[in-house]
Design a protein around this ligand. Structure first.
Ligand code: G6P
Length: 622
């Protein structure tokens, strides 16, 4: 949600800021800007829409300066127009502020500032910040920012420049990520995430909530709101540059779909003891503190009597698959909660409950809030996270990384399959100490897990077949997705993929629930995607009955079925076959054709699949 970049140094400021914004565009693309201090004046290019447009404007009128900031906006307060685009200014246009987050008490602050003679031009919450800084400015920008931020309630990642102190950027963080990239010779790049930094330096410092940094050619200094100096280490970012390029694919989403045989391998790597049928999760060896005791996270987990998993979006769907697996394989009661709901619910922690939070980005505001709340209640919180060094990865007691590499396409694909893999490993891991599976049984599942990457590769060869199906159906306006058991969350995920990138209304439903509502909608204009793989005989037969019910109402069935199931050709209008695997592993295979189907339908409808309207990859606001 909004990308922030800032640069202090002698290189071409336009190139650094625009390139950084291109990398951050996945965070929001309602409007964007580049702002540079030139001759003690603030100069800005702003535009509604994409970075490409800004790039064209900036190439015609490039800035020359050594201090600048760039912003890409995902609108929260105020429509996407040039006035609401960041930066926002004070009355004299001496202070420019770019912001990621939400200022919750902006209305009160705005009224107070108006009563002190300030005038406002935008509808944004952000605009109160430059005015507050102006109100408190007495010759030192940092002091004025510290004063202003003490009055602010809400979340922010901020970058602030001021013509009165033209050689510096002040950045501050509370709830929205900010990273300092430190180049040699006191040259700095600050950004919302490392992808915008790594072209120039790999040395970074992650700001924590409540911290403010000043960067200038004289060096950098980090303090808190009380102006106490904070010493921080620099760390090396290991992100791979090739990971954040399209690599010949037309879209990041397609590239990421095709990476899945590799990313699944990466999630499995080093975690399986194949011969003995054991699972190792190194991240859970970390020492955690529970009350006054220190112990390994895995020891605590092995004694746990209940698991709560909290997440948002696609990560929440992965968590739902995890619920089935943890209960079936590790026999541990598991509940899955939307983070946005759980953060405001009454939390009833007990000493034998462990919470997992799942997040691709590691920055989702609601998930982070649940994590903080659970920790305040004394709970142990473990993470399943993709982005190394992200806020959620840092604040959890311990956790397991996905190692899926950067995911740029707004619609999550490879993160989902890696999350399901990690949850499968976790279930098998817990089954070891709890003796809920025989060694033989676990070994068989591990053997099947090892076949998954090549099976995924095989499914990806069916792209043309799936494209032909997309061709037949891309003009329909409503879709229903049905699945049962462990594939019910896959139906939800398939529907989410379609709706988020193609803007077709799509609903996922447990197949048997169809008769309690959605069946009323079925006619020849409602394609029904049914996951009908051989999960187990009983469920399969029930799903076949649901297919018959749809056929009886002239609905078109697109079935995902197991290779060799010829019966399905007679039942469904279209069949996409996937290789046979164990029931609990079917979600990982079944979701791949659904990702491809959504992708091709969206492309055929002319949609921008990597940057669907109104959505953002990393939702750092409530
Ligand atoms: C946004 C993204 C989704 C993602 C969700 C949760 O809505 O567009 O793709 O699933 O946030 O994000 P997280 O990074 O926490 O997994």
């Amino acid at each position: 949600m909004c990308g922030i970049i800032g640069y202090v140094g002698k290189r071409n400021i336009n190139e650094i800021i625009i390139k950084g914004l291109e990398r951050l565009e996945y965070r929001g693309y309602d409007s964007c800007s580049i702002t540079v201090i030139e001759n003690k004046q603030i100069n800005v290019h702003k535009t509604v829409g994409r970075i490409q447009k800004l790039k064209e404007i900036a190439s015609k009128q490039p800035f020359k300066g050594s201090v600048g900031i760039g912003h890409t906006r995902w609108a929260t307060h105020g429509v996407p127009n040039e006035i609401n685009a960041h930066p926002q200014f004070d009355c004299k246009k001496q202070i420019a502020v770019i912001h990621n987050g939400i200022i919750e008490n902006y209305h009160t602050l705005r009224q107070w500032l108006i009563s002190h003679g300030h005038t406002f031009v935008s509808q944004t919450d952000t605009e109160v910040i430059p005015h507050l800084i102006e109100q408190y400015y007495q010759g030192d920008l940092l002091t004025a920012v510290q004063h202003a931020l003490k009055l602010i309630e809400g979340t922010y990642g901020l970058a602030i420049i001021c013509t009165l102190e033209p050689d510096k950027i002040v950045v501050a963080r509370n709830g929205s990520p900010l990273i300092l990239g430190i180049c040699p010779d006191n040259e700095y790049i600050v950004a919302s995430d490392a992808s915008a930094i790594i072209d120039w330096t790999r040395k970074v410092t992650y700001l924590a909530d409540g911290e403010i940094a000043v960067v200038s050619p004289q060096g950098h200094r980090i303090t808190n709101l009380a102006n106490e100096k904070i010493e921080k280490n620099t760390e090396d970012v290991l992100l791979d540059l090739a990971q954040i390029e399209k690599g010949g694919y037309p879209h990041f989403m397609l590239k990421e779909i095709f990476e899945q045989s590799e990313t699944i391998n990466d999630a499995l790597r080093g975690r399986l003891g194949v011969e003995h049928g054991i699972v190792r999760l190194g991240g859970l060896k970390a020492q955690i503190t529970v009350g006054s005791k220190h112990m390994k996270a895995s020891d605590f987990l092995n004694e746990a009597e209940r698991i709560i998993i909290s997440a948002c979006g696609t990560s929440w769907h992965a968590a739902l698959v995890g619920e089935y697996l943890l209960e079936a394989l590790a026999k541990i009661p598991t509940e899955v909660e939307y983070a946005s709901e759980l953060r405001y619910r009454t939390m009833l922690p007990d000493a034998k409950t462990v919470m997992f939070v799942i997040s691709q980005s590691g920055e989702t505001a609601d998930t982070l809030a649940v994590l903080k709340k659970a920790k305040e209640h004394g709970m142990v919180v473990l993470g399943i996270v993709n982005v190394v060094g992200s806020s959620i990865a840092r604040e959890t007691d311990a956790g397991v990384y996905l190692h899926a590499g950067s995911e740029i396409g707004v619609a999550s694909t490879k993160a989902f399959t890696s999350q399901v893999i990690v949850l499968t490993l976790l279930s098998l891991f817990l089954s070891q100490k709890r003796h809920t599976l025989s060694d033989q049984n676990r070994k068989e599942i591990i053997d099947s897990l090892q076949e998954i990457p090549s099976q995924v590769k095989h499914i990806l060869t069916k792209q043309d077949e799936i494209k032909q199906i997309a061709q037949k159906y891309f003009q329909f306006n409503n879709f229903l997705y049905l699945g049962r058991g462990v594939n019910f969350p896959v139906a939800l995920e398939g529907a989410l993929k379609l709706k988020e990138i193609s803007y077709i209304h799509a609903e996922g439903y447990p197949a048997a629930e169809m008769k309690h509502g959605p069946i009323a909608l079925i006619d020849k204009n409602m394609p029904v995607v049914v996951i009908a793989t051989d999960t187990d005989d009983l469920i399969y037969q029930k799903v076949v009955s649901n297919i018959e019910e749809v056929r009886a109402r002239s609905g078109n069935i697109i079935a995902i079925a197991t290779e060799g199931n010829d019966q399905m050709k007679k039942l469904a209008s279209e069949v996409i076959y996937v290789p046979k695997t164990r029931g609990y592993l079917t979600p990982i295979l079944n979701v791949i054709p659904l990702q491809l189907l959504a992708y091709h339908i969206a492309v055929m409808r002319g949609c921008d699949v990597d940057k669907p309207r109104n959505l953002a990859k990393s939702v750092t606001v409530e």
